[in-house]
Design a protein around this ligand. Structure first.
Ligand code: CA
Ligand code: CA
Length: 378
């Protein structure tokens, strides 16, 4: 979660706990079957904030039954999981999933939409709250020292481009814990979202996403729904648009083109997030399922979950009962999908429809948002 300062006025802090202790250099458990391409891909963890802060309980459930801004995803079945050599071990085995019809937001939830939610409810996001050490210490290795008060402040994780090549096993080099960074101030104090009303809201935790869904009468998609929707009606495709490589032809998504994390060729026109309705939609009419910002799913993350589903057709799987991340066993995590403006083939290839990601449910990041789903009327 927290990161040492980049010397620009933010607090100096040597990360002492959580995911920062569990970079791939110190993988605690290698029980997950290794895949040949796993050396970097399994290291593409997102940082985790680690403090329980679920303030969504007081949000009233909406009676809104509008499907405006959503697209209908018909019932069907598909093969979920790894499609190419970039897949990591948690994408195996590929297995059959059957889903009921559902509705999906055509875009990531925007700043304007989130603003309406906050105005109606007074909701305060996780990143706007001070971390609670009593909660935090439940999710870090025993004996971990309490961080200094100077960093136990409302904050979120902001991307900082490096000046040169970085060790891709160490996200400390490009993520900064920035006091005052939140959905309204995505780069920290002095930044704002003016003119970015149609951009995806970011720095939202899983709890924040759940609260928004409750207010809007929707829910988060399951991982199985998300991947089915991302495939856009195609079969065994690597990307939402098919199999043309992400860097070939016209820009198809907002990713990191160049050498991550220090040179961005900006061929797609964006170094950071893009408007939520950018580039071509996929076959179901969904925008930015690949790239732009990561999207929270409902499910707990379990690196070996697919293995438990391999021998039968799974009907509307809703994820495991609890999190299981061998790379960071102390911290329960929720699943995210789709990649972000930071994704690159040298790192996470998160724009692949099968790519899985995870972070603790209280984590906010500059490249993480969500979109909602809703059951189809019976
Ligand atoms: Ca870009
Ligand atoms: Ca996205």
């Amino acid at each position: 979660m927290m990161k040492k300062s980049t010397g620009n006025g933010f607090h100096n802090f040597i990360p002492v706990f959580c995911v920062f202790l569990f970079s791939c250099k110190t993988r605690a458990d290698k029980s997950v079957e290794a895949h040949p391409s796993d050396s970097i891909h399994s290291c593409m963890n997102l940082p985790s904030r680690i403090v329980t802060s679920d303030t969504g309980n007081r949000i009233a459930a909406s009676a809104d039954s509008s499907f405006a801004g959503m697209v209908y995803i018909p019932a069907g079945s598909y093969m979920m999981g790894a499609d190419n050599s970039q897949a990591s071990s948690d994408e195996y085995p590929k297995h059959e999933v059957e889903l009921n019809a559902f509705w999906m937001d055509e875009t990531e939830v925007t700043n304007a939409q989130f603003q309406r939610f906050v105005a109606a409810t007074g909701y305060i996001t996780t990143a706007e709250q001070k971390p609670d050490w009593e909660e935090l210490k439940k999710n870090v290795p025993p004996g971990t020292a309490k961080p200094p008060d100077s960093v136990m402040v409302p904050a979120s994780l902001v991307f900082r481009q490096t000046e040169g090549p970085a060790d891709l096993h160490d996200f400390n080099q490009w993520w900064s814990w920035v006091p005052g960074a939140n959905w309204k101030n995505p780069a920290g104090p002095g930044s704002n979202i003016s003119g970015k009303e149609n951009y995806p809201v970011v720095h939202v935790s899983w709890y924040d996403a759940m609260a928004y869904c409750k207010w809007s009468g929707k829910r988060l998609p399951t991982e199985a729904e998300w991947e089915f929707a991302a495939r856009g009606g195609l079969s065994n495709n690597i990307y939402p648009w098919g199999n043309q490589h992400v860097n070939e032809g016209q820009p198809k998504t907002n990713s990191w083109e160049g050498n991550f994390p220090y040179t961005n060729e900006e061929k797609d026109g964006y170094t950071r997030s893009a408007p939520a309705k950018s580039f071509n939609c996929n076959g179901y009419g969904l925008y930015n399922m690949a790239g732009n910002v990561w999207e929270w799913c409902h499910d707990w993350y379990d690196a070996s979950y697919y293995g438990s589903l391999k021998n039968s057709k799974s009907n509307n799987p809703k994820g495991p009962l609890q999190s299981n991340d061998p790379e960071d066993p102390h911290t329960p995590k929720k699943s995210l999908r789709g990649g972000s403006f930071l994704c690159n083939d040298s790192y996470c290839s998160g724009y692949r429809v099968a790519r899985r990601m995870k972070s603790s449910p209280d984590t906010g990041l500059e490249h993480t948002g969500f979109r909602c789903a809703r059951d189809a009327r019976k």
